[in-house]
Design a protein around this ligand. Structure first.
Ligand SMILES: *[C@@H]1O[C@H](CO)[C@@H](O)[C@H](O)[C@H]1NC(C)=O
Ligand SMILES: *[C@@H]1O[C@H](CO)[C@@H](O)[C@H](O)[C@H]1NC(C)=O
Ligand SMILES: *[C@@H]1O[C@H](CO)[C@@H](O)[C@H](O)[C@H]1NC(C)=O
Ligand SMILES: *[C@@H]1O[C@H](CO)[C@@H](O)[C@H](O)[C@H]1NC(C)=O
Ligand SMILES: *[C@@H]1O[C@H](CO)[C@@H](O)[C@H](O)[C@H]1NC(C)=O
Ligand SMILES: *[C@@H]1O[C@H](CO)[C@@H](O)[C@H](O)[C@H]1NC(C)=O
Length: 477
């Protein structure tokens, strides 16, 4: 293991800034009122219609191919990295904490081909996900928020999307907890009063937080698994849980039990309600030097739960609890909220076994991207493919799939502690049915593949997860 792993994140003597470990408590926080919150709905993101139309058309073409050419030998070697005609493919890049460092933000987005060398949306990927903490510890807060809004508009023009999350630092700033704000950064807003206005509902980025950011997300990997950020009730389809949830900190079992469903709107509504309350109250004088004011006095208990150490923007349990505890707890959470994996930033240390790797990915860039931490610049790249299995290579895939469908490839490196990552067989329904198209039911076998890589600046690539399985059903889009 290299020294980067031992980055002295929480060492007060080091030059790296310390992580805030828990939310601050004030007198107000200890006495939540019983008042009911008026929930503010977050805006669900629209699916990428154009993209889906193209994919749908391809699906029809493959169907025609299946109907008319099934059984014809296909001679080329099947390279699993090259999608065959008819594949449904979704490409997602996720980046973690950016902490007011525009230069490195640009670097990581160029490195992961999200933007071109001019800083414009490249169109090479479908979704960019940012898991919160754009603000604090640097000077470029406004520049990054503006950049994200530019990319959101450009992405939508090209059938893509940007999914933005609020981290604990966004909420801290909205609450007047300005412990990690650089004085030089305040000047980029024109002073304290102007910064307070900027974070309010009428300012920027305040208005963008309220309309274009959520606290948690459910991003389907396939259209039959719901629409992005739309509530979804898990069902028995093999693709029911073909979705990821992104957030800043994590969904603890406790919070999942109380606020997990409907997902993601229940948690997002509580977060939006708290944010709105902060953004519409007269801002308290920032802490420090003023004492911490806490949550608004009329915040109900659910907002206190939400902003607590177990809540989605502060939770560190998935990264810090013992393996056995996490392994037995995480399955229930992801089953409940209808996703396969949780992907988050916030907590830098990650030393885990395979069972956790299968379900939780931490974006190492959370402390790495910003110069404030002087770490590696990296992003997670996720490529999801669902390919109809044509009879000519059906046997080959079924065999490889039945022998160890889920493979976690991850070697020990400077950034990911991947000791003891091994193959597991978590998700392999035995595909028995042959592809058949009869009576309009286009049921057949499909190969589902998730490939998650860490992309480091300037050019290193590391495979983290390759998860393949065979499923049976009608998944043409
Ligand atoms: C922020 O700006 C101040 C004043 O211009 C400068 O001294 C400081 O180095 C900058 N910090 C970073 C992280 O760029
Ligand atoms: C939110 O995103 C939309 C694009 O979807 C954009 O037009 C709008 O300006 C953004 N809102 C703010 C306040 O930036
Ligand atoms: C899958 O991998 C495990 C662990 O490496 C191994 O014990 C098992 O035999 C494999 N299963 C098959 C069907 O090859
Ligand atoms: C890896 O496995 C070995 C042998 O089972 C064990 O001694 C060691 O503690 C494990 N390491 C981690 C990081 O889990
Ligand atoms: C693989 O799956 C089978 C059937 O679900 C289960 O009995 C077995 O314990 C699993 N093996 C591993 C290594 O997880
Ligand atoms: C892991 O390391 C082994 C040998 O050290 C190598 O053969 C393999 O390709 C590596 N895998 C990845 C995903 O880097």
């Amino acid at each position: 293991m290299s020294s980067r792993k031992q980055r002295p994140i929480q060492d007060q003597n080091s030059s790296s800034p310390a992580l805030p470990t828990t939310p601050l408590l004030s007198e107000n926080d200890r006495k939540p009122t019983g008042a009911a919150a008026k929930a503010t709905r977050s805006i669900p993101r629209r699916a990428t219609q154009t993209y889906l139309r193209i994919v749908g058309l391809t699906g029809v073409l493959v169907l025609i191919y299946v109907v008319f050419f099934r059984g014809q030998p296909k001679n080329e070697e099947q390279d699993p990295n090259i999608p065959i005609e008819g594949d449904y493919t979704l490409r997602i890049v996720a980046v973690g904490d950016l902490h007011s460092d525009f230069q490195n933000t640009l670097k990581v987005l160029q490195r992961s081909h999200v933007v071109d060398n001019k800083g414009d949306w490249s169109g090479e990927i479908d979704y960019l996900v940012q898991t919160g903490d754009i603000i604090d510890r640097g000077n470029d807060t406004l520049e990054i928020y503006r950049f994200m809004e530019k990319l959101r508009v450009q992405a939508r023009h090209l059938g893509g999307n940007v999914f933005s999350h609020l981290g604990n630092h966004e909420y801290m700033n909205a609450l007047g907890d300005w412990r990690y704000v650089y004085p030089s950064e305040i000047e980029t807003f024109g002073g304290v009063a102007k910064r307070q206005f900027a974070l309010s509902l009428k300012g920027f980025p305040g208005a963008a937080w309220a309309t274009n950011y959520t606290t948690v997300s459910r991003i389907p990997l396939h259209p039959t698994s719901g629409a992005p950020n739309a509530d979804y009730a898990p069902n028995t389809s093999p693709l029911s849980h073909a979705a990821y949830s992104f957030m800043h900190g994590g969904i603890s079992p406790h919070i999942a039990k109380q606020y997990g469903t409907p997902y993601p709107s229940r948690l997002n509504d509580v977060g939006a309600s708290l944010l709105r309350r902060c953004q519409t109250r007269k801002p308290p004088p920032p802490h420090p030097p003023a004492p911490y004011h806490g949550l608004p006095s009329d915040s109900p208990r659910e907002e206190h739960d939400f902003y607590g150490a177990e809540g989605p923007v502060w939770y560190r349990g998935w990264a810090e609890l013992p393996d056995q505890v996490v392994c037995s707890a995480v399955d229930q959470v992801i089953e409940l909220i209808g996703v396969k994996r949780l992907i988050m930033g916030h907590t830098p240390n990650f030393k885990r076994s395979a069972c956790i790797y299968a379900r939780i990915c931490l974006i190492r860039s959370n402390t790495g991207i910003s110069r404030a931490y002087n770490g590696a610049i990296s992003a997670l790249s996720i490529t999801y493919t669902l390919s109809p299995i044509l009879s000519s290579f059906e046997t080959e895939i079924v065999v490889s799939s039945n022998s160890n469908a889920t493979t976690f490839l991850a070697n020990s490196t400077e950034s990911y502690d991947t000791t003891n990552i091994t193959s597991t067989n978590t998700t392999t329904p035995q595909a028995q049915t042959s592809p058949s198209i009869d009576g309009g039911r286009r049921v057949g076998k499909w190969k589902e593949r998730e490939h998650i890589q860490a992309l480091y600046y300037p050019n290193r690539v590391q495979d983290l997860v390759i998860d393949e399985r065979v499923i049976v059903g009608d998944f043409w889009v």
